[in-house]
Design a protein around this ligand. Structure first.
Ligand code: ADP
Length: 627
């Protein structure tokens, strides 16, 4: 793969995937080219953190006494840009591994996102580059050729050069100092990044909280403050917001933040944030939060970027920093995981965060709504995993209902408080969207009686809500099941008498055969002739639909057909049965009613029979006109 170009200089070819990626980066237009600066500074800062860490843990004398820092040197006339750090540096092998290949699994996702953005509009948002961890290559937004000189402890220095066009070269060089120097000439249209004031403002915007001093043309530009170390009263909102954007790489301000300073069994300080929005992949990808968590600092040194052990999975969308004095500096991941200190911190953090949500719900309803919309589906998972806090989490639940407006919420507490005295159960209906649910015939009885029904629109609900079982002694019941209590003030209806409905039910059963589990008289219908409900032990229809999509289940399970004895169509059918039970129109109509109910539910597969049967019935209805 490598061939000798000239003495000492070796040429390497990028892998295919990498070429594709570079090609896109080099030949695209960007809306935020300044991101390259954040990426280079962040790499330098990581390399410096590693040195600081080994100095503290391994009693290493490596670079002792020198200031760990980042230096940027600009030349406006020559449009040259140089960034240097005295961090770990890289050996030749590390150079090849780190800058020659893309090891990140995020690369393909990044390529995809790039292509999508590119076709959408003229320019690509430079922010994408940071999000997918292909940071270093963002320099190709602003330059045609990059030179990296680097040296790690105990090995010779190397120079790496590339124009991002398929190959790169590496050669050994004389370099005394440990660290890395990245140098390039800016493209003509990126000349602004050789201007001091411009670079300074970018650093303040994106990198103000980098933990090492940044010198720009020998002038110190960033302020290093561990905000979480400050008194709560000294925190300035603006600074806190900027800090959030820095650590979470979010362009938006946080929805809210929480500052904690705990002394007692364990000691720690924390500055935690709720983002305004959930990243797309968080909600719909299982395990998306598994490896996330706040940053963990021990005595001012960052130990872990994403410390998942600090929070239970269902809270890992909370961003921020936690710092403690109670752990040793040289803790390994395993030690962190199993440490009783960690368990205690996690327990306290969980309690405090839930109390934070409660206080938002109490005093900042609009913020809470926004939070719930974004992260409600994630928090709900806690109901089935965190039994210590289950009761509190249940109180945080919010639902749309037949008595709330679109997008408005009711709590279980409120639901129960406004229930009529006669009502013994809490009712819910699940579905894809509010509109479809509101047209369900199964709601008719409840609507007529003015009984509130919760509308479960979040797909997670059907996994979580049935497990609540009872709230305030009242059982939670799906109105799509057969075992509902309809005793609440049953009225005299203009319904068919027993002997008239009996043949209708019998012929229905005959006509539908094993397509249904049973056919029974309905007490819940008002305006519809029939409806389908599940047996007492049936799986929720939403779950069933999901299982079918995942091919875990065959067709829909058998349902019970309920027939409305007061409906004109059913009454007409009873009349036809009396005249001639073998009239073909009876069975055709019954099949049609059944499939119509399936259609309403969204589970009718194939409409050809449905339409041809409908035409048959229309023909019968219009036959009189022929005469
Ligand atoms: P990321 O920083 O997300 O890992 P990059 O493409 O920016 O991705 O960098 C790739 C790798 O190159 C880094 O993980 C690091 O190991 C190495 N690297 C980049 N810049 C430096 C630097 N200034 N000093 C030491 N190593 C570096």
């Amino acid at each position: 793969m490598s061939n000798k170009k000239q003495q000492n200089v070796q040429e390497f070819e990028y892998k295919a995937e990498m070429k594709q990626l570079l090609n896109l980066i080099v030949h695209s237009l960007y809306t935020h080219p300044e991101i390259f600066l954040r990426e280079l500074i962040s790499n330098a800062s990581d390399a410096l953190s590693k040195v600081r860490f080994s100095q503290l843990t391994e009693n290493s004398t490596e670079g002792e006494g020198e200031e760990l820092k980042i230096t940027i040197t600009l030349d406006e006339k020559a449009r040259s840009f140089v960034i240097e750090d005295n961090g770990t540096g890289m050996s030749e092998e590390e150079l090849i591994n780190n800058l020659g290949t893309v090891a990140k699994s995020g690369t393909l996702g990044f390529l995809q996102a790039l292509k999508e953005q590119q076709s959408e509009k003229a320019g690509i948002d430079g922010n994408l580059i940071g999000q997918f961890g292909v940071g270093f290559y963002s320099v190709f937004m602003v330059t045609d050729e990059v030179t990296v000189e680097t040296k790690a402890e105990g090995v010779p220095g190397c120079r790496w050069c590339s124009s991002g066009e398929g190959t790169y070269t590496i050669e050994k060089i004389e370099r005394e100092k440990r660290g890395t120097r990245v140098a390039f000439t800016l493209k003509e249209d990126a000349g602004e990044f050789a201007e001091e004031y411009r670079v300074e403002s970018v650093i303040r915007k994106y990198s103000n909280f980098v933990d090492f001093p940044i010198y720009l043309d020998n002038k110190r530009v960033n302020s290093i403050t561990a905000l979480w170390q400050q008194q709560k009263s000294d925190l300035k909102e603006e600074e806190v917001n900027e800090f959030y954007k820095f650590i979470s790489v979010d362009y938006q301000e946080p929805l809210d933040y929480l500052h904690l300073s705990l002394e007692g069994v364990v000691n720690f300080k924390a500055l935690l944030f709720l983002p305004k929005e959930a990243p797309m992949d968080m909600l719909y990808q299982q395990g998306a939060l598994e490896n996330h968590g706040p940053q963990l600092y021990v005595r001012k040194v960052m130990i872990q970027h994403e410390c998942k052990d600090l929070l239970p999975e269902y809270l890992r969308f909370v961003k921020g920093v936690v710092e403690t004095e109670d752990l040793p500096l040289n803790v390994s991941r395993e030690v962190v995981q199993n440490s009783p200190v960690m368990a205690k911190i996690r327990q306290i953090l969980t309690t405090k965060i839930i109390a934070w949500f409660e206080s938002l719900a109490q005093d900042h309803t609009e913020k809470f709504r926004q939070f719930y919309k974004a992260f409600g589906p994630v928090v709900k998972i806690g109901l089935n995993t965190d039994f210590t806090n289950r009761e509190k989490l249940i109180e945080l639940l919010r639902f749309e209902s037949t008595k709330t407006g679109d997008g408005e919420y009711v709590t279980l507490r409120e639901y129960v408080d406004r229930m009529d005295e006669g009502q013994k159960e809490i009712y819910y209906l699940s579905g894809d969207n509010r509109q479809q649910m509101l047209s369900s015939p199964n709601l008719e009885y409840f609507r007529k009686k003015g009984i509130e029904v919760l509308l479960l629109v979040d797909p997670v609900d059907v996994f979580v809500i049935p497990s609540i079982n009872k709230y305030d002694e009242k059982p939670l019941k799906s109105i799509e099941k057969a075992d509902i209590d309809f005793s609440a003030g049953e009225e005299e209806k203009d319904a068919l008498k027993e002997n008239m409905i009996e043949p209708v039910l019998r012929i229905f059963k005959e006509a539908l055969g094993d397509r249904v589990e049973d056919v029974v008289e309905s007490h819940r219908l008002v305006n519809s002739p029939v409806t389908l409900v599940g047996g007492k032990d049936a799986v929720d229809p939403q779950i069933e639909k999901m299982l079918r999509m995942m091919k875990q289940s065959e067709g829909p399970g058998k349902k019970i057909l309920e027939v409305n004895p007061s409906h004109p169509v059913i009454k007409n059918l009873a009349g036809l049965c009396l005249l001639n039970e073998n009239d073909a129109l009876i069975r055709t109509t019954m099949s049609q009613l059944y499939e119509g109910a399936l259609l309403l539910e969204g589970s009718l597969e194939g409409t050809a029979d449905f339409i041809s049967r409908m035409n048959e019935i229309i023909e019968a209805a219009t036959r009189k006109a022929k005469a």
